[in-house]
Design a protein. Structure first.
Lengths: 300, 279
């Protein structure tokens, strides 16, 4: 399989702090998930992929082109779609007008072809019925889909998505998965998310970042498999577990760093494996694992 | 089945709806009972576009255009009349920050000119001198400052050349702001009414050059503060309100403009960079 994005010894520093260090990656067409706690460097890594930032050290290659060279950077940008984590919209724009504006910047100069392309991505994101509505009147999920629509213009050979499922309801997330899975047949799709179920449902490969370094890079199934024999249900929280929470059935799901025998094992999830990879300490300062565990408790 | 058939020309006229009402009714009546003529009609319609036949795809597309396409603003229509291509007129006109910038700029100039005129000769000239050279660079900076652009990140990674976009907006801003300012300057007595032009050009160029290091607005504010301080000092030393406009200084503004433009072009690769923020 051909490599579309390649990073060698990449580091990125902000002031005296390194947001990324010693990152070596090769990405090919398909969907790759990026997991990690807040501040792990996910957004910085995505900005490097998207040519929005340049590395402090190391080399980046996207589609065989060097983003440090202006002409080659433009070549990359012609085939790139990017959804940033936070995006604002110019005042007074409708959904159609905004996507049309980005299409102009993406060199769609012929009006008929541009309008057809804008409609295609608005249809893909389920916005065709509200294309003429002002963005300020749309819900959070609809705005997120407007932002997503502009990233799908092209369609892109490289699609970089920073938390694309934020604000989407379950149906919208399922639709998004269908769109991305189709696109990933020929394109590189990289998405960062805090939703491990999105990664489990969509991604073949997962990269876990922690403190700016790659902690895990491999198949989702392999990472999930690392938690086999370490997840079990019990009537009470098990002191041997690194983390446990009360589930909807009233029983406790226990996840431990070491395999345990003589208990009622259950199929591990990607979230279990992720928590174990992070050291099974959800109460750490980064708060993400803690938040996940807490939300489970609330749901139960 | 009938023994006679409609000739091809008559069928074509019926398909194209160019026959008379009575001929059309007659052909239609015949078609109801003639398989062969119906087959001819089908073959003709399938073979290619038929005048008068409603193309639903086109109708639907036009309907969506009417509903969805953003209506060009008066400013955008003006830019297109001035010869700018459709897509570039849109790129210049759509940025709300830009619209606000030049409107504010023109309004500020007119207000200060009115104040200057009302204050009389010397004090009015000082007020005008302080403000006039700064308005173009402040409005230009506002027209492309990434920090006032809410959609910066997706715009940033598009292939459209940042240099071209910035220069397009700069030229358009100047095309609107400068004539307004020149007209306002006519209210001012003395040489100050036109001698502010060269420093204004120098400051716009300086802001463009500095924006390859920092945000355009910060650059414009820095240039403005430096100008205000320089005018104040020169006025305190010489007692003349237009000391900063003497010949040697005019040459300096010209050199500033030339050097700044050279720096701007050399460092154009750094335009509209995402300023480092820890993620």
């Amino acid at each position: 399989m051909s490599t579309s994005i390649s990073l060698r010894g990449v580091g990125r520093r902000f002031g005296s702090a390194w947001a990324l260090a010693d990152v070596d990656l090769d990405l090919a067409p398909g969907v790759t998930g990026l997991l990690g706690p807040n501040g792990a460097g996910k957004t910085t890594l995505l900005r490097l992929f998207a040519t929005a930032l340049s590395p402090t050290e190391g080399t980046v290659s996207v589609l065989g082109l060097d983003p440090a060279e202006p002409a080659e950077r433009t070549g990359i940008r012609r085939r790139l779609g990017y959804l940033p984590q936070e995006i604002g919209f110019p005042r007074g724009f409708s959904a159609f007008a905004f996507v049309d504006y980005v299409a102009l910047l993406k060199e769609w100069t012929q009006p008929a072809a541009r309008h057809a392309e804008v409609r295609r991505v608005l249809d893909l994101t389920g916005l065709s019925g509200i294309a003429a509505k002002k963005i300020r009147t749309l819900s959070g999920g609809q705005r997120r889909r407007v932002a997503l629509a502009q990233a799908l213009l092209g369609p892109p050979a490289v699609l970089i998505l920073d938390e694309p499922t934020t604000g989407l309801d379950p149906e919208q997330r399922a639709t998004l998965r269908t769109v991305l899975a189709e696109l990933a047949r020929t394109s590189v799709v990289v998405l960062s998310t805090h939703q491990t179920e999105d990664v489990a449902a969509l991604c073949e490969r997962v990269i876990v970042l922690d403190s700016g370094r790659v902690r895990y890079d491999g198949l989702v199934t392999e990472l999930t498999g690392q938690a086999a024999g370490r997840v079990w249900l019990a009537d009470e929280p098990d002191p041997a577990a690194s983390v446990s929470w009360r589930t909807g059935t009233g029983r406790y799901r226990n996840v431990a760093e070491h395999a345990r025998t003589g208990v009622e094992h259950v199929e591990p999830s990607l979230e279990d494996a992720y928590l174990l990879l992070r050291g099974g300490r959800p109460a750490q300062a980064d708060g993400q694992a803690e938040q996940a565990a807490r939300s489970r408790e609330v749901l139960s | 089945m009938t023994g006679w058939h409609v000739d091809d020309d008559a069928l074509r006229r019926w398909i194209d709806r160019t026959d008379s009402l009575s001929d059309g009714a007659s052909v239609e009546q015949h078609l109801l009972s003639c398989d062969r003529c119906r087959a001819t009609v089908n073959a003709t319609v399938t073979a290619g576009p038929v005048a008068g036949l409603v193309d639903l795809t086109t109708v639907w597309s036009r309907t969506r255009d009417a509903i969805e396409l953003p209506r060009p603003s008066a400013f955008e229509r003006l830019l297109r009349r001035a010869g700018l291509p459709e897509h570039e007129a849109r790129l210049v006109a759509v940025a709300s920050a830009f619209r606000g910038a030049w409107l504010t700029g023109v309004a500020v100039v007119l207000a200060f000119a009115a104040v200057a005129g009302a204050l009389g000769h010397s004090r009015g000239a000082v007020v005008f001198l302080l403000v006039a050279p700064l308005v173009p660079c402040l409005t230009v900076a506002s027209s492309y400052d990434p920090e006032v652009d809410p959609a910066l990140e997706p715009e940033l990674v598009t292939p459209y050349p940042a240099l071209r976009l910035i220069l397009l907006r700069t030229i358009t801003v100047l095309a609107v702001a400068l004539p307004a300012e020149v007209l306002a300057g006519l209210l001012i007595p003395g040489q100050a009414r036109y001698l502010w032009l060269l420093p204004a050009v120098g400051f716009v160029a300086a802001v463009l050059a500095l924006s390859t290091w920092t945000s355009p607005l910060r650059a414009a504010v820095a240039v403005s503060l430096a100008w205000l301080a320089a005018v104040w000092l020169l006025m305190a030393r010489s007692g003349s309100p237009d000391a900063a406009l003497h010949d040697w200084f005019q040459l300096g503004y010209l050199l500033l403009a030339a050097a700044s433009l050279a720096i701007f072009l050399i460092r154009r690769g750094h335009l509209r960079e995402l300023r480092p923020r820890r993620s």
